[in-house]
Design a protein around this ligand. Structure first.
Ligand code: MTE
Ligand code: MO
Length: 380
């Protein structure tokens, strides 16, 4: 694959892999605003970034539909209602490095910032599938399969990136799945999928296919490597020597689980009282973050963090993250003391995070949502 035509990138990024480009913002940068500025939004690519001419671009809609469609960018912008949502994207590999530190896993290493929160505008995938006269569920219209235009994914023999979501999610009026052409109020940038990408909120980032070429309605999941051979969570007894018979048996990840992390202060900081902890909490499926707990004693006792989320009322459309803060004014010590700052979140279904990474270890290193902690030294 040829990486001579990559877009310009912010030099502040922590680059986890250069070609294909994989980068996350520094944690303290990540939580500086509710909406992540585009130049700081994490980037997760699997191949060179395609250079697409918007004037000749067409999106194909086919498969289990009565009316296969070929749509131009202008069609998407003018023939369908424009919708804007605020949603986080989070890679299933977020916090993989911590999992790998416990026991080696395969995959690009990520710290705690392979997620970001953005606003997205475009048309509903639902409206486009209705225009294509999607066939009834009973005929086997179960999956909306996406292919990108980023040819050259090494894992998949040079094919472009692909994946799928359920038609149930795609057609749900409250599911908010978009064919987005704007991010944070501007035209999508090349790294984030120009000219059109899927935004499937509440679901792992891997399903929000960038540089969208085609949507095929099918009775089976996407045949892409990234649907069938990646982004699955196995139990810890499954390893590369016995994985073969489990690939198909194990479901592909869809909804995100519950997650939180402390972004400030940085590990090994030396701090004076008072100081404030800042972090993020997120859940999947639009579930609301109801609570973030902070512990200073390894999880023996907890206190409430202050939440800075959106209030959307009693709907399960909390696609955005919730930022939190917690101020420490005193500690039970009279000399410099090492303290482990710990957080865990709870959502509207009472889901919370597992304590130990060892309990959820899996060979792809996905969905690490164990309690996050930061060790610091505090001067009273
Ligand atoms: N779509 C295409 N076409 N190619 C990709 O490599 N990466 C996926 C998804 N969509 C990818 C893609 C993954 S794994 C993630 S986490 C998100 O895009 C990242 O989106 P971002 O780079 O805009 O943050
Ligand atoms: Mo991802």
């Amino acid at each position: 694959a040829n990486y001579d035509n990559e877009p310009y990138r912010n030099e502040e990024f922590v680059v986890n892999y250069k070609d294909p480009f994989n980068a996350e913002p520094r944690p303290e940068r990540l939580i500086q605003s509710f909406i992540t500025p585009t130049e700081h939004f994490y980037v997760r690519n699997h191949a060179p970034v395609p250079d697409i001419d918007p004037d000749t671009y067409t999106l194909k809609i086919d498969g289990l539909v009565e009316n296969a469609l070929l749509l131009t960018l202008n069609d998407l912008k003018t023939k369908f209602e424009k919708v804007t949502i605020t949603a986080q994207l989070q890679c299933a590999g977020n916090r993989r490095t911590m999992m790998s530190d416990y026991k080696k896993v395969k995959g690009v290493g990520w710290g705690i910032a392979s997620l970001s929160n953005g606003t997205w505008s475009g048309c509903r995938l639902r409206d486009v599938l209705l225009a294509a006269k999607i066939l009834p569920f009973e005929t086997g219209a179960y999956h909306a399969c996406f292919w990108g235009l980023d040819f050259g994914c090494p894992e998949d023999n040079g094919l472009p990136y692909g994946s799928s979501i359920s038609v149930e999610k795609a057609m749900d009026i409250n599911g908010d799945v978009l064919l987005a052409y704007e991010m944070n109020g501007k035209t999508l940038t090349r790294d984030h999928g120009f000219p059109v990408r899927v935004i499937a909120p509440g679901i792992i980032g891997a399903r929000s296919v960038k540089w969208l070429d085609k949507v095929t309605v099918s009775n089976e999941e996407s045949t892409s490597f990234f649907q069938r051979r990646d982004y699955k969570i196995f139990h810890s007894g499954i390893d590369w020597h016995n994985i073969e018979k489990f690939w198909d048996k194990n479901p592909s990840l869809q909804e995100l689980s519950i997650q939180s992390a402390i972004c400030v202060p940085a590990p090994n900081s030396r701090l004076y009282l008072p100081f404030t902890i800042f972090g993020y909490a997120t859940s999947g499926g639009g579930r609301k973050i109801e609570r973030v707990d902070i512990s200073l004693d390894g999880g023996e006792s907890w206190d409430y963090a202050e939440l800075m989320g959106e209030d959307k009322g009693p709907v399960n459309k909390y696609w955005a993250w919730t930022l939190f803060k917690y101020t420490i004014k005193s500690i039970k010590a009279d000399k410099a003391t090492n303290i482990r700052l710990m957080c865990r979140a709870w959502d509207s279904a009472s889901n919370t995070q597992p304590k130990e990474v060892k309990d959820i270890w899996n060979l792809r290193g996905v969905m690490n949502n164990s309690w996050h902690y930061v060790d610091v030294t505090v001067d009273p």
